[in-house]
Design a protein around this ligand. Structure first.
Ligand SMILES: C[S@@+](CC[C@H](N)C(=O)[O-])C[C@H]1O[C@@H](n2cnc3c(N)ncnc32)[C@H](O)[C@@H]1O
Ligand SMILES: [Zn+2]
Ligand SMILES: [Zn+2]
Ligand SMILES: [Zn+2]
Length: 506
């Protein structure tokens, strides 16, 4: 229906419907006139202006023609701006303006904190401690609410509307997702070059749209060899060590706040136990185990990582021993020589997880424990994204839900988490992992989906509190090497369980 016609009908109805409609000629005349007025068919109101007007009746709704991320169109005020420091383009809520410097700075260059305040339909603003004038500033949405937006103050030329540094992003409607539905990809084989190309596209996409994670196409396992997975880790090891800020040698935020508290709880008393840290990386966990009184051995196939671990051992003399080698073939260790094997976010990087489970089972004493954390195969895999509306928003309430796809696509993906060259990551289904564990003679005692302790999250509200308490990114499998004959046969009905070399059929 023509919008003016609708308006007219509303007026007519409110005044005296019957009277006007009784006069047929008059009504028809007005109707014809209205139909002659052209409609602005292409007008799409700004997503944010529409939101604000619900709270503030006189707010001027602007046309959303400048920038669109995802499904929404936005006006200039609510678009993206360029950070004066890093030159990146960011969502207006993730930027602040410093009047002294007349600069717009992004939340990556200066990490914000959450400032609880009720304004429009929001419950918090982003607060920034300005490094230039040392005054506190707020994000551009709150600045606008409080009348401190640069365009409201209007005294500084640089950020006047007409010369705003805003990329005119082509309006994409309907939204064109980068990934394809699973059935379109079935049977498709891609080359390494194609995957890398896809990875690049995804990276540039990530740059545009914040933290949206997509991955490249899945590779069949046979196409990836162990030496390539190792070489890639070797190259990525430096970035890994830098990226995971080892605050007090305790691992990155995910480890400190989410995974490790659950791991320690599961391990219980470890004093005097001989423990292998399988895929030890920079060895922070191995050292922590040793500090708690365990006899620790670490293994990793990357020379750089083990070099770092040995250097640290020289400095600290914790009695840790480190080996370079693949988890798939740990000939340096005798059978039944460990009380416990711990492995922290490693299996996702190991191509031959079945061989690895068997090796771990071999070196464990009977009833020995195998406790390992991994990316959650459903919620923590690269096959999921938070659907944000719009895509580039930093605001948590605009993360609407999670999209999960390709769950059954078991195989390798090229993934990078910082600026590192991509490493292979392997996605497996829950069923594949559990069957492989049974196949290697393990029983699962418990599965833990670790949640952050809210108390710990005060300093990390955006990246951790709101995301990891919505869904588990990680999963911990607490397993025990156990003779399956001790189990109730019903539990294993129909399963083929391999114990050593004997195939037992139940
Ligand atoms: C995500 S990192 C985790 C490192 C460490 N556990 C931590 O929590 O910081 C994965 C590690 O697994 C190692 N890795 C991957 N595949 C391996 C294999 N087949 N044999 C030995 N190490 C492997 C990598 O070199 C890397 O150090
Ligand atoms: Zn707007
Ligand atoms: Zn910046
Ligand atoms: Zn300032």
């Amino acid at each position: 229906m023509h919008p003016l016609l609708l308006e007219w009908l509303k007026v007519v109805y409110n005044h005296n419907t019957i009277c006007v409609f009784d006069n047929k000629k008059y009504s028809l005349f007005i109707l014809c006139l209205i139909m002659l007025i052209p409609t602005d068919k292409n007008r799409t109101d700004c997503f944010y202006c529409q939101d604000i007007v619900k709270e503030e009746k006189n707010y001027p709704i602007r046309i959303g023609k400048y920038s669109s991320e995802g499904l929404v169109n936005r006006c200039l005020w609510h678009s993206k701006f360029q950070c004066s420091e890093c030159k990146g383009f960011f969502h207006f809520s993730f930027l602040y303006w410093c009047p002294t410097a007349n600069q717009i700075i992004c939340g990556k260059c200066n990490k914000p904190t959450l400032y609880p305040t009720k304004f429009w339909n929001k419950t918090y603003a982003y607060a920034f401690d300005c490094k230039i004038c040392e005054e506190p500033h707020f994000d551009l949405l709150y600045a606008e609410y409080t009348g401190k937006h640069p365009w409201q103050i209007n005294t500084k030329k640089l950020y006047k509307e007409e010369n705003a540094l805003i990329p005119i992003v082509q309006i994409r409607f309907p939204w064109e997702p980068i990934w394809k539905p699973a059935d379109l990809r079935k049977g498709k084989e891609i080359t390494v070059e194609e995957a890398l190309k896809a990875d690049n596209i995804i990276h540039s996409y990530r740059k545009q749209s914040g933290n949206v994670t997509f991955h490249s196409d899945v590779f069949a396992d046979e196409k990836i060899d162990l030496s390539d997975t190792r070489d890639r880790w070797e190259k990525a090891s430096h970035t890994f060590m830098q990226y995971y800020d080892n605050i007090e040698d305790k691992g990155d935020g995910n480890r400190r706040l989410i995974i490790d508290p659950a791991l320690w709880k599961q391990m219980g008393e470890i004093k005097g136990l001989r423990i292998l840290d399988a895929g030890c990386g920079n060895g922070y966990l191995a050292r922590e185990l040793a500090r708690k009184g365990a006899k620790v051995v670490g293994i990793d196939f990357s020379k750089n990582f083990i070099g770092f671990c040995r250097k640290k051992e020289k400095e600290e003399s914790l009695g840790c021993e480190f080996h370079i080698g693949s988890l798939t073939n740990m000939t340096m260790f005798e059978s039944e020589s460990f009380d416990m094997v711990v492995s922290n976010i490693v299996m996702v990087d190991v191509q031959d997880y079945k061989a690895t489970f068997k090796e771990i089972s071999r070196i464990l004493k009977p009833e020995g424990r195998f406790i390992w954390s991994n990316l959650h195969p459903v919620f923590g895999s690269n096959n999921q994204i938070f659907f944000r509306l719009p895509f580039d928003t930093p605001r948590n309430e605009e993360k609407l839900f999670i999209l999960i796809d390709r769950y059954f696509d078991s195989g390798g993906l090229l993934v990078s988490w910082a600026k590192n060259k991509p490493v292979w990551q392997f996605h497996r289904t829950l069923q594949e992992y559990t069957q492989a564990l049974f196949g290697a003679g393990f029983l699962i005692r418990e599965i833990i989906e670790p949640k952050p302790v809210l108390e710990d999250l005060k300093d990390n509200p955006r990246s951790l509190a709101f995301d990891s308490d919505r869904r588990p990114i990680f999963i911990i499998y607490d397993c025990v090497k156990k003779n399956v004959e001790s189990l109730h046969p019903l539990l294993l009905e129909g399963l083929e369980v391999q114990v050593g070399n004997d195939m037992l059929k139940w």
